[in-house]
Design a protein around this ligand. Structure first.
Ligand SMILES: C[S@@+](CC[C@H](N)C(=O)[O-])C[C@H]1O[C@@H](n2cnc3c(N)ncnc32)[C@H](O)[C@@H]1O
Length: 235
């Protein structure tokens, strides 16, 4: 029996530099007839902008939107509705490539598609260069070494939890800073860690910025930013 169902591909497009795509992601993107990506009304898709120069006019583009910061029970019906256009393409037998900034399954919204489609359709994930790795390369300081414990901490955690986790980590990436930046900076200062930490904004994008924590204007911290706390091991 011929399987006429479409296949779903979540491809990591990396942190910003269009050259940081894997060959596999590039091949799938070039051969895709349907390309989907997250896009809110007033926020153009960063994942799409990364690969814009590789897209062609004959590709069908399918923007979709998962609203942020909702209670999971409230979010479920909205997310179910958001994926309807993708479901229609898959049911019609079209392969769909979903563009994911960084890596699809590292704090990525592709997981909402994966959990909804993987048992019905052939679903494949193509890993991407993730932002902590891009930021580590940008600052050019080894992040973790030998037996170091490297922690990834969302800045949305409380100051107490952040402090406990940072005390137990040898190195860390603190992501999702935006309006939580001041809280994180205070925690790092209180632990005597702020001089070792680096702030990186829009790593590998044309507007990349690397500055010390003291230089950051807390009310201008963009979504694509993180603080890296590199290893304390002196090499
Ligand atoms: C929802 S997570 C998605 C991570 C993404 N899937 C990855 O693999 O990097 C978004 C957070 O990742 C970090 N981030 C993603 N891309 C970045 C970049 N180019 N420069 C700095 N931070 C970035 C920011 O902290 C941002 O708030």
């Amino acid at each position: 029996m011929t399987n006429t169902k479409g296949r779903l591909y979540g491809i990591g497009v990396g942190p910003g530099d269009p050259e940081l795509l894997t060959l596999k992601a590039f091949r799938l993107l070039k051969s895709a007839s349907v390309v989907a990506y997250q896009s809110a009304d007033n926020h153009p898709s960063v994942a799409r902008s990364i690969v814009a120069s590789y897209l062609t006019d004959d590709q069908i583009e399918v923007p979709f939107h998962f609203p942020r910061a909702l209670d999971p029970h409230e979010a479920k019906p909205l997310y179910d509705r958001a994926i309807v256009p993708i479901a229609e393409h898959l049911a019609a037998g079209h392969d769909v490539v979903v563009l994911c900034e960084g890596d699809p399954l590292f704090y990525g919204s592709f997981m909402y598609l994966f959990t909804r489609f993987a048992d019905q359709y052939h679903t494949e994930v193509v890993p991407g260069v993730s932002s902590p790795m891009a930021c580590a390369s940008a600052i050019g300081i080894p992040i973790s070494y030998r037996n170091d414990i490297f922690s990834v901490l969302p800045a949305t955690l409380s100051a107490d939890v952040l402090a406990t986790q940072l005390v137990n980590a040898d190195a860390a990436a603190i992501i999702k800073l935006r309006r939580h930046f001041s809280k994180v900076r205070e925690v790092l200062r209180s632990l005597g860690l702020s001089s070792r930490a680096r702030y990186i904004e829009r790593a590998t994008m044309a507007e990349q910025r690397i500055i010390s924590l003291d230089e950051v204007e807390a009310d201008r911290v963009p979504y694509f930013s993180m603080i890296l706390l590199p290893t304390k091991v002196q090499l």
